[in-house]
Design a protein around this ligand. Structure first.
Ligand SMILES: Nc1ncnc2c1ncn2[C@@H]1O[C@H](COP(=O)(O)OP(=O)(O)OP(=O)(O)O)[C@@H](O)[C@H]1O
Length: 388
């Protein structure tokens, strides 16, 4: 008899029927390639495979989902079926069951065992960008959502926290309707376009107004950081509320390696307000990674440009912050006013993917390229984080 204990976890997460024959072991190895979409680890190591049973050439696999009604059930079922196609000529059936409470506790313990309470603390290798603006309506959330999706499309593991608690719009921008699932006390963020997304909006009725004070906002952000299973992220983006409020200070405390991205429109008054938001970084010791101008000149069908919101604001903020902070703060790009970006946002399909040839899509791609860092999983090298 072959010892198969290295193929699967033990204890309560051990399979009901352990693989023993060469065929079963081969099937088990094929299942190693099936990655749970939420946890991003092989279903075999998570204890999600309860049994692999042959009847002649037909094979039946029993998968334990973490919770009943898991939103990823169809994906997991399809991936398991696909992984076993080459293992047998016979029929492949995938049966779904649900973990027991004891199994869920064991899984949560396994997932959190080696994890620091704050996975984005001072020693973290994750690049953290907090996206700030001086005032509302400048397109901060739209840009944050697009940057996250663009970075994920380049193979980076990306998380996105919507900390714009009063005006949360990230779920809509990414078409997320799923609620986060829970494995005991651990929250599994929904995934959209490869990005793990958390928003307070996922816990509220859509029409409910939110009147939260500073300490509650701090606690909400803290929970998003400590109670959510983010896994190993290359990049974490935070969509901050507009202005220089409490949550910006909380971000600096809870995410000590965070760098700011400052969004402004081209007009002079907006640039002044944006520069003030950027200067807050002197109080919180956060470097400013760059400035992004949004709603720049709109190209008309005759090829001329219409400066709806004026011009030069992005460069002005970059110059001002470079002068005031003791560092070069680059203008990372100017995204033009583009009806395509607005229309894509409305239906939850980010332009960076769905309209890369449009004017805004191209500008966003260029900014993504500047922010992209080497995927940690592939390189095994440390990321250039710069803790203050
Ligand atoms: N470059 C652009 N071209 C056309 N429309 C844009 C552009 N950028 C943003 N918009 C539109 O402007 C509106 C405001 O954008 P968004 O909600 O992202 O702003 P915001 O700065 O996050 O606002 P708040 O912080 O108040 O939530 C949205 O309807 C969005 O689709």
């Amino acid at each position: 008899m072959t010892d198969s204990t290295d193929l699967h976890p033990g204890g309560v997460l051990a399979p009901d029927v352990a693989p023993s024959t060469p065929r079963e072991i081969e099937a088990w190895r094929a299942l190693d390639t099936v990655i749970d979409p939420e946890i991003r680890q092989p279903v075999t190591t998570l204890g999600m495979v309860a049994a692999v049973e042959f009847s002649g050439d037909d094979i039946t696999v029993t998968i334990r989902l973490t919770i009943d009604g898991c939103p990823m059930r169809d994906t997991i079922q399809a991936d398991v079926g696909a992984a076993l196609q080459n293992v047998t000529e016979g029929k492949v059936s995938v049966r779904l069951s649900t973990m027991t409470p004891q199994q869920r506790v064991a899984l949560q313990e396994n997932l959190t065992a080696a994890r620091p309470k704050n996975p984005f603390g001072a020693d973290s290798l994750t690049k953290v960008y907090a996206v700030a603006s001086g005032k509302g309506g400048v397109g901060k959330s739209t840009i944050t959502a697009n940057l996250a999706v663009g970075l994920a499309a380049r193979g980076l593991a990306v998380g996105l926290i919507d900390a714009d608690i009063h005006g949360f719009s990230i779920p809509g921008l990414l078409g997320v309707t799923d609620k986060p699932t829970k494995v005991e006390d651990l929250i599994m963020p929904p995934i959209a376009f490869g990005v793990k997304v958390m928003s307070i909006g996922m816990f509220l009725d859509t029409d409910q107004p939110v009147a939260w004070r500073g300490p509650m906002l701090h606690r909400a952000l803290e929970q998003f950081i400590t109670d959510v299973y983010w896994g190993d992220l290359d990049v974490l983006l935070i969509d901050l509320p507009p202005g220089t409020g409490d949550i910006a200070i909380s971000t600096a405390q809870l995410l000590p390696t965070a760098e700011l991205l400052v969004i402004t429109t081209p007009e002079h008054t907006a640039a002044q307000v944006a520069a003030r938001a950027g200067q807050l970084s002197t109080q919180t010791s956060q470097p400013v990674a760059g400035v992004i101008e949004n709603m720049g000149p709109l190209q008309l069908p005759d090829g001329t440009f219409l400066e709806v919101f004026g011009s030069g604001g992005g460069q002005a903020v970059s110059d001002r912050l470079t002068a005031v902070l003791d560092q070069h703060v680059p203008l990372l790009g100017s995204i033009p006013l583009d009806p395509v970006l607005r229309a894509d946002s409305e239906v939850g399909t980010p332009s960076v993917l769905s309209s890369p040839e449009a004017a805004a899509g191209q500008a966003l791609q260029s900014i993504v390229a500047q922010l992209a860092t080497t995927p940690r999983g592939l390189s095994g090298r440390k990321l250039p984080v710069s803790p203050k």
